[in-house]
Design a protein around this ligand. Structure first.
Ligand code: F3S
Length: 248
C-alpha cells in the first residue's frame, strides 16, 4: 500500500544551497532512489542525482540518507517508518557539483598515484599457479565497486580538508595492500604506503568497513595487515638489519 512520505533533499551548487521539503508518494518495495526519481518526474525536474545500474553494482548513487553514507538504490524505504522525515544530502567529503552530485575526482587522482602491478620480469603466462588463499584475498578486495562511501566516511579527510593531499583513503590503501600481498608483485610498497599514501593517518576506526556495501573487511583484511608489514620493516631488528645489508 502506498503512502505519502516527507523528504528533505539538499539542493544547490558550489556557491551554496539548503534543504528543500517535499511530500512524495512511496509504493511498496521501493528504494530511496525510486523516490528521488519520482521527485524528478513530478516536482523537481532539474534535481541532479548520479545513478546508473540501480542494482548496487555501479557505485554511482552514493549519498547520505539521514546522515549515513549509503547507496540510494540499496536503501529500502521499508527501513524507515511512514511518519519519519527522510533527509537526503550529497556526500560531504567531496566538492558539490549540483544537488546530490559531487565531484569525486580526488579518488581518481589517488588511484593514479599507486604504482601498478609489477610481476617478475620474463614470467611466462601460466608459469605460476596462485594458491587459493591468495586468489581469495585479491577477490575480496576486487569486489570494490568504487562507490567512494568509505572515502567519504573516513574522518581523516571528512573533517580535515587539509589531509587530502597526504592521505589516499581506505579504498586506495586497500589497493596498495592488495598489491603488497600479491605473491607475484615484486615492488616493495611499504614505504610508499606510509610516506605517500598516509597509512599512519588511519587509526583503525573501521568506519570505512561499516559503510562498505560489498561488506569488504577493509580495516581487518587490508589496512591492519598493511600496517603490520610496515611496522615489521621499520622496527623488527632482524628485518632492519636485513634491509641494511640487502638494501630492501
Ligand atoms: Fe579511516 Fe577506515 Fe582507517 S575509516 S581511519 S581508513 S579504518
Amino acid at each position: 500500500m502506498g503512502y505519502d512520505a516527507r523528504f528533505r533533499v539538499w539542493r544547490g551548487d558550489i556557491d551554496g544551497g539548503g534543504l528543500e521539503d517535499f511530500t512524495v508518494l512511496v509504493n511498496e518495495g521501493e528504494v530511496v532512489l525510486d523516490i528521488i526519481h519520482r521527485l524528478q518526474a513530478t516536482q523537481a525536474p532539474d534535481l541532479a542525482v548520479r545513478w546508473n545500474c540501480k542494482a548496487g553494482k555501479c557505485g554511482s548513487c552514493s549519498a547520505e540518507v539521514n546522515g549515513r553514507p549509503r547507496l540510494l538504490c540499496m536503501t529500502r524505504m521499508s527501513t524507515f517508518t511512514a511518519d519519519e522525515v527522510i533527509t537526503v544530502t550529497p556526500m560531504r567529503t567531496f566538492p558539490i557539483i549540483k544537488d546530490l552530485v559531487t565531484d569525486v575526482s580526488f579518488n581518481y587522482e589517488k588511484a593514479r598515484e599507486i604504482p601498478s602491478f609489477t610481476p617478475p620480469a620474463g614470467l611466462e603466462p601460466g608459469a605460476y599457479r596462485m594458491k587459493q588463499v591468495d586468489v581469495e584475498r585479491s577477490q575480496e578486495f576486487r569486489k570494490c565497486i568504487e562507490c567512494f562511501l568509505c572515502q567519504n566516511t573516513c574522518h581523516v579527510v571528512r573533517d580535515h580538508e587539509d589531509n587530502k593531499q597526504a592521505f589516499a583513503g581506505p579504498r586506495y590503501l586497500m589497493r596498495v595492500a592488495e598489491l603488497e600481498m600479491h605473491p607475484l608483485d615484486t615492488a616493495d610498497r611499504r614505504e610508499m604506503a606510509q610516506e605517500e599514501a598516509g597509512l599512519s593517518y588511519c587509526n583503525i576506526t573501521k568506519c570505512c568497513t561499516e559503510v562498505c556495501p560489498e561488506h569488504i573487511k577493509i580495516t581487518d583484511n587490508a589496512l591492519i595487515p598493511l600496517k603490520e608489514r610496515v611496522v615489521d620493516r621499520k622496527y623488527d631488528p632482524i628485518v632492519w638489519l636485513g634491509n641494511k645489508l640487502f638494501r630492501r
